[in-house]
Write a protein that binds this ligand. Structure first.
Ligand code: SF4
Length: 329
């Protein structure tokens, strides 16, 4: 075991042994089978799954994924609170006449006017993000929906799709087209739509940019990759309303739990948890499932987030782990 000191003084355990490729596929599929929908709570995806209209799903999904940092329970509370305020459901709860007109999330965002409606967000906060940041982001999403009809159409326009440049060829037949430029384009074009508000209501540009953190600066872009997983995959878990992005192109949303278990299984050999590491994990997962590598993300994350996996090998707790004989700890 190599214990290396990473930035900020945290120790990153990177086993020296090589992955057990001969049985890893089978064990990883066993892990996926052991974490079904019944293990979802707490997760912001719970909020997304309450909606059935594709436009609502992509709007709520964007907000829920953007707030998926800090505690999962806190993220669920924050996105629920934000949606209540934006749709008018909060007013309904307070017996306000406007509550009778509570809107769907997509309709509310389309109608959103940051200067007029910012008061509805007063007091909303998630960690260091607050009222003015959320008001600006809702304005951006509203502009996109009004001008392009959907977040999917806006994303696809920067993906070499129908509304963009000709698709770039994949590096090889086995490697799907890189999704990083599309994510970066989405972020860059969205941020241009930030509202110009008076000094009292103006958002901090860096905080608005935090909602659109793409891979251009090297970060893992975990929250946007999570949103794309929810939008582009469809199974018992992910709603997958989008049809224009092949799930084979997705990159794993690399959070601290996925990175840790990936290192234990040899899917990740780097100590940084950045975009290059997210790509490394994804490329290794493609060896297990080339058409849908990100399908392993939920189970890897649950194993860590639910506290099932200790940070060191423990005979009693590890004996029931589907990864027991591929874990390199
Ligand atoms: S065997 Fe134990 S340490 Fe390894 S992944 Fe499973 S629970 Fe975690």
């Amino acid at each position: 075991m190599a214990a290396r000191r990473a930035k900020r003084g945290t120790t990153v355990e990177i086993p020296r042994r090589r992955p057990r490729w001969d049985i890893l596929h089978e064990r990883m599929d066993g892990l996926v089978a052991s974490f079904g929908i019944e293990h979802i709570s707490p997760d912001p995806l719970e909020v997304v799954r309450r909606y059935s209209d594709p436009r609502d799903i992509e709007v709520v999904g964007f907000l829920a994924a953007a707030l998926a940092f800090g505690s999962a329970r806190g993220a669920v509370r924050s996105v629920e609170d934000l949606l209540r305020r934006v749709t008018g459901a909060a007013a309904a709860a307070a017996d306000d006449p406007r509550g009778a007109d509570a809107q769907t999330p997509a309709a509310a965002v389309i109608a959103w006017d940051a200067a007029r409606d910012i008061g509805r967000l007063r007091g909303w906060q998630h960690r260091w993000l607050g009222t003015r940041d959320a008001a600006a982001v809702l304005h951006i999403l509203g502009r996109i929906l009004r001008d392009h009809g959907s977040l999917e159409a806006f994303f696809t326009a920067g993906d070499g799709g129908a509304a963009g440049a000709p698709p770039t060829a994949p590096a090889s037949a086995a490697a799907p087209r890189d999704i990083a430029p599309a994510i970066s384009s989405f972020c860059d074009r969205a941020l241009v739509l930030s509202p110009v508000l008076g000094r009292r209501d103006a958002a901090n540009p860096a905080r608005v940019a935090y909602w659109f953190a793409g891979p251009a600066k090297g970060g893992a872009s975990k929250r946007l990759c999570l949103w794309l997983r929810w939008m582009c995959r469809r199974d018992q878990l992910d709603p997958g309303p989008w049809t224009s992005v092949d799930p084979a192109r997705l990159v794993v949303p690399l959070d601290v739990h996925v990175a840790r278990i990936s290192r234990y299984t040899g899917l990740l050999r780097r100590r940084a948890s950045d975009w290059r590491s997210a790509v490394e994990v994804t490329e290794n997962l493609r060896r297990l499932d080339a058409t849908d590598p990100v399908r392993y993300d939920y189970a890897l994350c649950r194993l860590g987030v639910l506290g099932t996996c200790p940070r060191k090998r423990e005979r009693r707790r590890c004996a029931a782990c589907p990864l027991f004989d591929v874990c390199l700890l």
